[in-house]
Design a protein around this ligand. Sequence first.
Ligand code: SAM
Length: 281
Amino acid sequence: MLSFTEAVHDGYGQTFRIDRLVHYEKTELQELVIFDNASFGRVLALDGLVQLTERDHHAYHEMIAHVPVLGHGAVRDVLVIGGGDGGVLREVLRHEDVRATLVEIDARVIGTARTHLPFVCGDAFDDPRAEIVIGDGLAFVRDTDRRFDVIVVDSTDPVGPAAALFGEAFYHDCKRCLRPGGVLVTQAGVPFFQGPQIAAAHALRAGLFAHATAYLAAVPTYTGGPIALGFASDADLAPGDLALLRERFRAARLETRYYAPDVHVGAFALPPEVRSLLHGA
Ligand code: SAM
């Protein structure tokens, strides 16, 4: 029996049975595996770490996309850093007035997502409102003159090419690329296991933005409890006004499975042990 064990935390891992190996490849940058599992459906892993599964990716993609877009309320341009599976791109493009630029360092992630993960990306890569850039997100925000209303950092964990996406220079350049009142959202990690990483990256964002916090989403295969998503802006947009969010959600005519305006507001309620990672004891 073939199996896949993700051993990201010291002395602990989660194991999936591989019912069918769909794709295996060593790209120039990382090991890319796609397999099918009875409980989670299709699974994408990069360098031994689970990136998404068919069963629970909607929770992550809806929360990382709709919270900043609806929280902001007048988004025209979104920048997605990473996110080569197309899930964030698809969710942000559900908003009719939004254009999106996706900067992914590994073209093979996009290529295999198109072939093997259509339930994640849909037609998003071919949407005329989408621009796809193959390159390093760090260099893109350093060099571009363009400005965005929302930046979503949908990166792998801070090892290899993603390490710099948790650093001060990157956050500084993200802030420069945001229009006034713009929002930066980041995949921050699971507080139960990755507290020091979350605290360090949050401290950098808090040093740059007038308002910095995090919100939580339950994504079962990001094992160890809820995942934290960093949220930073010079505007005071968290947690948001429930009545206003309801109005925006209705106007956007979104069909969602995890996101709802009251979930949006509630996601910013942090248990004291998570709050203390961000704001001290
Ligand atoms: N939601 C997933 C998670 O939290 O595990 C992340 C999904 S997405 C597949 C992550 C993507 O970030 C990968 O495809 C990887 O190639 C890309 N990536 C890593 N470092 C990058 C960088 N410096 N610039 C742009 N993309 C990067």
